[in-house]
Design a protein around this ligand. Structure first.
Ligand code: MTE
Ligand code: MO
Length: 204
């Protein structure tokens, strides 16, 4: 009986010290992981607001600002778009990255992003100066990014539009203007509702 108590005590002491060291390191690791995760989440939450309700009228933007490395920065409204080369886009389906179908437009009316960028004229110092990125930003800070080559040297350039009308009706709750990329595999990510600016930036 006495022996077994001593053996038990020895085991208990050994176990306590052994696991103490282990648990300290794993606890530290866990804490590090948690704080990294927390700061990542904080960054994401700071940049994109949780505006998942499509009918959130407070995010509606009446104009879009074109700015950055361009010769002629300008701001446009739906009325200004209507004076440009308006095209009709047939059968556009919005598919979330998750795979679920969110919206289906039989027809949409809009203007090519390329036409807008040509109007603003990207400042290029020579023909090799073509490493630019274009950020389409919404009032809730949701963003989609394009590259110069995608727009000016790739079929995608003929598939990126700023639309103002869906199925014959002006865009209201998600508007006034939405940027879309018709040839994306999942069209949800680069479907920017409440569009407020187009920023052109040179890669440094
Ligand atoms: N401004 C803005 N545009 C956005 C989003 C957003 O949160 N804000 N969500 C995107 C996502 S994840 C998808 S799938 C599509 C379709 O979402 P909808 O339900 O807003 O139409 O819009 C995209 N456009
Ligand atoms: Mo999505």
């Amino acid at each position: 009986m006495k022996n077994s108590v001593i053996v038990l005590l020895v085991f208990l002491i050994a176990f306590t010290f052994g696991s103490c060291n282990n648990s300290k390191t794993s606890e530290q690791k866990e804490n590090e992981a948690i704080s990294t995760k927390a700061s990542l989440t904080a960054n994401v939450n700071n940049s994109v607001k949780d505006a998942s309700h499509a009918d959130n009228v407070k995010y509606i933007s009446k104009e879009v600002e074109v700015k950055g490395d361009v010769e002629f920065p300008f701001t446009f409204t739906v009325d200004a778009l209507k004076k440009m080369n308006v095209v009709t886009i047939e059968d556009f389906v919005v598919v979330c990255q998750s795979g679920s179908e969110v919206k289906e437009n039989k027809s949409s009316k809009g203007v090519l992003l390329k036409d807008i960028l040509e109007k603003a004229k990207i400042i290029q110092t020579n023909h090799k100066d073509r490493n630019f990125y274009i950020v389409a930003r919404a009032t809730d800070n949701y963003m989609a990014t394009f590259s110069w080559a995608e727009i000016f040297n790739n079929p995608t350039g003929e598939n990126v539009y700023i639309i103002f009308e869906e199925n014959g009706i002006p865009i209201k709750n998600q508007g006034d203007m939405i940027l879309i990329c018709k040839n994306d595999i999942k069209t949800g990510p680069r479907h920017v509702t409440w569009l407020k600016s187009i920023e052109i930036k040179r890669v440094n």
